[in-house]
Design a protein around this ligand. Structure first.
Ligand SMILES: NC(=O)c1ccc[n+]([C@@H]2O[C@H](COP(=O)([O-])OP(=O)(O)OC[C@H]3O[C@@H](n4cnc5c(N)ncnc54)[C@H](O)[C@@H]3O)[C@@H](O)[C@H]2O)c1
Length: 145
């Protein structure tokens, strides 16, 4: 049995994944703002915490083996509705989650994201540039660095 912490566990993919992981005999902690509700039924070995990942220091990492990071403002149109919020959630909080996972000796960190983080580029392989598809991210990236 592994203890798996899923951010965004109440979302579209998170709900299915959480139930699959519980059915496979794992313990699951879900961190989610529940912006779209919560359709997870109470089960033993499931702990649901209603929390914004921007409050990353409140996330309990004790005895967590694996983090699966799904909490996200998905798609460019969604990001553009509130670029500052999207930057804070999708980039800053993600970075802090990774740092806190390393500090807490989490064995595996899985980041779902999607191929669109690479944008549309002519190069076959792109490992020299930051993987930001949205101009908004690029703008914040430049301001922060
Ligand atoms: N759905 C797909 O087909 C698909 C495909 C490829 C990649 N992905 C990626 O998987 C991830 C999850 O996708 P999804 O379709 O399940 O999205 P979703 O929007 O259904 O779920 C996201 C969940 O994250 C939560 N959330 C958002 N911001 C939060 C915050 N600040 N703090 C805590 N919780 C927060 C929301 O309440 C929601 O429950 C995304 O990164 C997405 O890009 C999804």
């Amino acid at each position: 049995m592994k203890h798996i912490l899923i951010t965004g566990g109440c979302g579209y993919t998170g709900t299915l994944l959480t139930n699959d992981l519980l059915n496979s005999g794992n313990k699951v902690t879900v961190i989610d703002t529940q912006w779209f509700g919560n359709y997870l039924k109470p089960r033993s070995n499931l702990n649901i915490i209603k929390l914004d990942i921007r409050n990353y220091n409140k996330i309990p990492f004790k005895n967590v083996d694996v983090v699966i990071h799904l909490a996200n403002i998905a798609n460019d149109p969604g990001v553009e509705l509130d670029p500052k919020l999207s930057w804070e959630v999708n980039v800053v909080a993600t970075q802090k989650l990774i740092e806190n996972s390393v500090k807490n000796k989490v064995k595996k960190f899985i980041f779902a994201s999607s191929g669109s983080v690479y944008g549309i580029k002519k190069e076959k392989k792109s490992n020299r540039r930051p993987t930001f598809s949205s101009n908004i991210y690029l703008q914040y990236y430049k301001n922060d660095s």
